[in-house]
Design a protein around this ligand. Structure first.
Ligand code: ATP
Ligand code: MN
Ligand code: MN
Length: 335
């Protein structure tokens, strides 16, 4: 599902910040953000812009220039990032509901287009771009994970489930499929033309993924994260590139494999999964605690160096529940 970057919300709580006279902290779903004292109160409606919103250069957003001015390609705008003020983490922006000019909104609807807000996307290196053979095929889902902060209403219910936890790797999504005799390699949104320059195709060839998938005799997709040189600044300091898998999908049954079948499939193909950190996990009492647990060193940290991990992906064993918990420490270091 596309991310709802900007939506009308109810403010769930407003609390003072110790030692701060001019600001306070508001809660919206699982998000905390710093606001001007007295600007909002519990129960108010407001327009909430999530982190990664790229706001247009307009008079009403000029107050963001100093903290958030950024170019995305040729386009100028204001990019919302995770920040810390007076020791308080702040994620996103609350705007007065009046900005919607009397529009009859539904709570939670995406109003980004109305405000001219788009998603901030960093530039894609050429080796991860490539020429499209087509759009992402409709016979399998794109890779995606919802943020736990947007599922806070379900948190209590999730506490009754048992989960497995994997490290979220900071790379680039790749899908390999074998369907009705055709092999394909897809980036996040595109089915890519074969090319010797493209990093996703290079890995496919090096790991003989076409041959391996064909040998299963099934219509199958496997999805993973490409990491290494030239990908997201290669935080893990790898030589070359490699892929670590997090999904297997049965195209005919239109179903993801559950954990055990997934692990067995990836192992039988001679491939690797993303790091599995826990196979029998229950959630801590609060979302705040879970966010603290997401901070930590990557298990892929190179020898003698500790790399902040991007976060965790937490899934129920049957894979019906799945979400990401991004480390706030990681987000605070993000450029
Ligand atoms: P957003 O929609 O929040 O702006 P995004 O969807 O573009 O961000 P990410 O924040 O990277 O991307 O989150 C989802 C992606 O995480 C998946 O598409 C997948 O490529 C990647 N990923 C990395 N590690 C894992 C993992 N262990 N399990 C599942 N997905 C993973
Ligand atoms: Mn997403
Ligand atoms: Mn990512």
């Amino acid at each position: 599902m596309e991310r709802k970057l900007v939506s009308p919300v109810v403010i769930d709580d407003v609390q003072p910040i110790e030692g701060a006279d001019l600001i306070e902290v508001a809660t919206v779903k699982g998000w905390k953000l710093v606001t001007k004292k007295g600007e909002f109160k519990t129960g108010d409606h407001a327009v909430y812009c999530e982190i990664d919103s790229f706001l247009p250069v307009k008079e009403e957003f000029e107050f963001l220039r100093k903290s958030s001015y950024r170019k995305m390609g040729e386009q100028e705008g204001f990019r919302l990032k995770t920040m810390k003020m007076r020791g308080q983490i702040s994620q996103g922006l609350l705007l007065p509901i009046g900005l919607l000019d009397g529009y009859t909104y539904q709570l939670g609807e995406d109003v980004s287009a109305r405000l001219g807000v788009i998603k901030y996307e960093p530039p894609i290196p050429a080796a991860l771009g490539g020429i499209a053979k087509g759009l992402f095929p409709s016979f399998m889902p794109k890779t995606d994970e919802e943020r736990i902060q947007n599922l806070s209403a379900d948190y209590e219910q999730f506490r009754h489930h048992t989960f497995y936890v994997t490290e979220k790797l900071d790379g680039s999504s790749v899908t390999f499929y074998f369907n009705e005799g055709n092999f394909g390699v897809c980036s996040r949104n595109l089915d890519l033309e074969e090319s010797a320059e493209n990093s996703f195709w290079k890995v496919a060839i090096k790991e003989q993924i076409a041959e391996k998938l064909a040998a299963t005799g099934k219509n199958l997709a496997i999805q993973g994260e490409l990491i290494g040189e030239g990908v997201q600044g290669n935080p893990y300091g790898l030589r070359g590139q490699t892929v670590k898998f997090f999904n297997a999908y049965d195209i005919d049954e239109r179903m993801y494999f559950g954990l055990n079948e997934f692990k067995a499939m990836i192992a039988s193909l001679g491939l690797q999964t993303v790091p599995i950190l826990d196979l029998n996990y229950t959630l801590p009492a609060s979302l705040d605690e879970l966010l603290t647990i997401a901070d930590g060193a990557s298990v892929l940290s190179p020898q003698g160096k500790s790399v902040e991990r991007e976060g965790l992906v937490i899934r129920s064993t049957d894979r019906k529940i799945s979400f990401k918990v991004i480390s706030n420490k990681f987000l605070l270091n993000e450029r």
